[in-house]
Design a binder for this molecule. Structure first.
Ligand SMILES: [Mg+2]
Length: 135
């Protein structure tokens, strides 16, 4: 089975900071999301084909690949794809990729995937607790 993972806030974690009015001030990169990195490793061990599909721009490719390498999982992946802002569902359909399972923190991306690939199981990855329940 093809299993796909989003990158930002799925395989990584970010921390949100808030101003006095309760408005989002900033978010910064915290590091790997160790729980979902372990989930990814388990998928590979179970024989799944695992790919990272991010809506990041291609110009971030070096950063994405370096981080995946630092996290120790780059060599496990069948591909790392940058859709450059395109919906992941539309992009995968165009590439002939049919995910059986997709992990993402973005509800809208998951909704699109459910529409385009009704048989795909979708997993909503929760944001870091500093986001105070923001989706
Ligand atoms: Mg994300």
């Amino acid at each position: 089975m093809l299993v796909t993972f989003d990158f930002d806030d799925t395989l990584t974690q970010s921390m949100a900071t808030w101003d006095e009015e309760g408005c989002l001030e900033d978010s910064r990169f915290l590091g790997p999301n160790l729980f979902f990195i372990q989930v990814l490793r388990t998928c590979v061990q179970n024989g799944d084909e695992v790919r990272v599909v991010t809506s990041r721009s291609k110009k971030w490719e070096k950063d994405t690949l370096e981080k995946l390498s630092e996290f120790g999982i780059l060599h496990l992946l069948a591909g790392v794809h940058h859709t450059d802002g395109e919906w992941k569902a539309a992009w995968m359909l165009g590439e002939g990729l049919m995910p059986g399972k997709h992990f993402d923190d973005d509800r809208l991306e998951l909704d699109e995937i459910e529409k385009v690939f009704p048989d795909c199981e979708t997993i909503k990855v929760p944001l870091h607790q500093s986001w105070n329940g923001v989706e």
